[in-house]
Design a protein around this ligand. Sequence first.
Ligand SMILES: [Fe+2]
Length: 246
Amino acid sequence: MVIDCGSALRGDAGSRILSPFLRGIGVRKVDILVLTHPHEDHVGGAAALLDEIPVDEIWIPEGIPVEAFGDSVAKRAFRVRGKSAGDAFSAGGASVVVRSSAPGDRWGANGPGRGRGVNERSLVLEIRYGLVSVWLPGDVEQGPDAWGPERAGERRIRFLFLPHHGSPGAAPDAWCRAAAPAVTVSQNSNCFTRRNLVPSVQDFFLENGAFTIRSDGSEAFCETNRHAQDLGVPLAASLARGGKSC
Ligand SMILES: [Fe+2]
């Protein structure tokens, strides 16, 4: 399963990153491509991926027209499935569950592909494997209500991908309180080049004993307190030494 494809605006993430990565790890076919919502930075790379690697099934939020995801998806409409809360896919002992595609229909009010209403329609996903739960809230900005109620016995080791790339407008602090994650991931280049996109969240982590790792894919920086110095460890060298330098 592949979840979102990145942008095609400044170099096509589909052909430049995603397809080479998948081929490099031996993937010759994708069972399910999930497109969480029809914003370019999530679906732009889908055209190249669909051209280069066979995809069995494409998941989109139920109720959003397939045409909103671009011509390459629309011409494969026979492979597209609209998904909503409770839908799931299992393989290899892991399962991926749709927690929600946010309530309300603001699609019409905002027009295809425009406006924050589209973010709120993101597919919110959970990956479950053993005791581990990975929270993938897409770009929702309504806060952790989008996750829905936790049930007794829910997985206790949580990895949280902050919604909307860690945007301060997507209530990252509320998501952290709701998930109490072991690991939080914020996907935004500003986290690397400007120390952190959400300083208040980083301060909270550091003041409570967490450490942070930032990487642009070639280098990794670690911080264990607010005033720690960057170590500037080349990632390849760090990995070659077992990753302990960071
Ligand atoms: Fe978005």
